[in-house]
Design a protein around this ligand. Structure first.
Ligand SMILES: C[S@@+](CC[C@H](N)C(=O)[O-])C[C@H]1O[C@@H](n2cnc3c(N)ncnc32)[C@H](O)[C@@H]1O
Length: 300
């Protein structure tokens, strides 16, 4: 374990945390059933859920896509190094836990720009003894710095799986493509790109209603088409692995999404819609629920 970012002055960190406004990592945490968020984040999630009552399925299936894709590249493709940008708050399970199940010596560098993620990053640094994890407090829009810092933990002469999962919708226009070009350009042959992205191709009414609730709160929330999402791979000459770019619940489904323990029905009845999310089984998903594409690319 390393994690120089954690040496940061607690007072400085406190100043950076603005709990009065919703922030993507924390709103996402609400939908994952976590507890590391503030009332403003919960309000934003409630507005998103009012706009699209089954919207928690986008979040939870996106996370499950990450689980399956990391498992595939680690267990099937033998990848032992991961650069996970836009990590989010620690959850069950984090990338290193998934990857180290296949390879205890796997190394993971986590990157996020949210100070609340930084405050909780210690949980991301509990690596297996043979492996290693690090956390960078950095912005995706500064790929040069990310690559320089990540090279202290990862060996860029060996394949790396770059994870850009549900993060590029925070970067508008061509800037997103330029960032991915720089990051993928630094990776050696045999590397992988695991990418997911929100779209308004599939169920436009639902997701545009959600988009409005977030843009009203000052979030950048870019919805990209199938062709736009494919470009992140094809512009960089990456070969798309089967089944190419598809709605995340259709990407190599294994029906192994965690089923939560459901509490007593009387207790459940007393919870509000947000509190109920953590007890939802996501295996009843249909095509009408999902607004996220996912794909896996391989660098020749
Ligand atoms: C929707 S969450 C996705 C978390 C995780 N990748 C997943 O899919 O489960 C997006 C994460 O990206 C982070 N993020 C957003 N913009 C970022 C940026 N410019 N640089 C680094 N991280 C960013 C947010 O703080 C948040 O933790």
């Amino acid at each position: 374990m390393t994690g120089d970012a954690l040496a940061q002055d607690p007072e400085e960190l406190r100043k950076r945390i603005d709990s009065s406004r919703a922030h993507p990592a924390r709103v996402y945490d609400v939908f994952l059933g976590g507890k590391d968020h503030y009332p403003a984040d919960r309000d934003a999630a409630a507005a998103g859920l009012a706009a699209n009552p089954r919207g928690y399925l986008d979040v939870r299936h996106n996370r499950d896509f990450l689980r399956r894709a990391v498992t595939a590249v680690a267990a099937e493709d033998g990848i032992r190094q991961f650069l996970d940008i836009g990590t989010g708050l620690p959850t069950s399970e984090n990338v290193h836990q998934i990857a180290q199940r296949a390879h205890p010596d796997a190394r993971v560098v986590y990157v996020d720009n949210d100070p609340v993620v930084l405050a909780h990053a210690r949980a991301l640094l509990v690596s297996s003894p043979e492996g290693r994890t690090d956390y960078l407090d950095a912005d995706l829009r500064d790929p040069a710095r990310i690559l320089e810092e990540a090279a202290k933990t990862l060996d860029f002469d060996r394949p790396v799986a770059l994870c850009l999962v549900a993060v590029l919708h925070f970067v508008p226009d061509e800037e997103a493509y330029a960032i991915v070009r720089e990051l993928v350009g630094a990776l050696p042959s045999g590397s992988r790109l695991i990418l997911s992205h929100l779209t308004d191709d599939l169920n436009p009414e639902n997701i545009r209603a959600v988009q409005r609730t977030y843009t009203d709160r000052g979030f950048t929330f870019v919805l990209r088409s199938h062709a736009d999402v494919e470009r992140f791979f094809t512009d960089n000459s990456l070969t798309l692995a089967e089944p190419s770019v598809v709605p995340v619940h259709r990407w190599r489904p294994d029906r192994a999404a965690p089923v939560p323990d459901r509490p007593d029905a009387a207790y459940l009845a007393g919870l509000d819609d947000i509190e109920k999310i953590r007890y939802r089984d996501i295996n009843d998903v249909t095509d009408a629920d999902i607004n996220v594409y996912g794909g896996l690319g391989v660098k020749a």
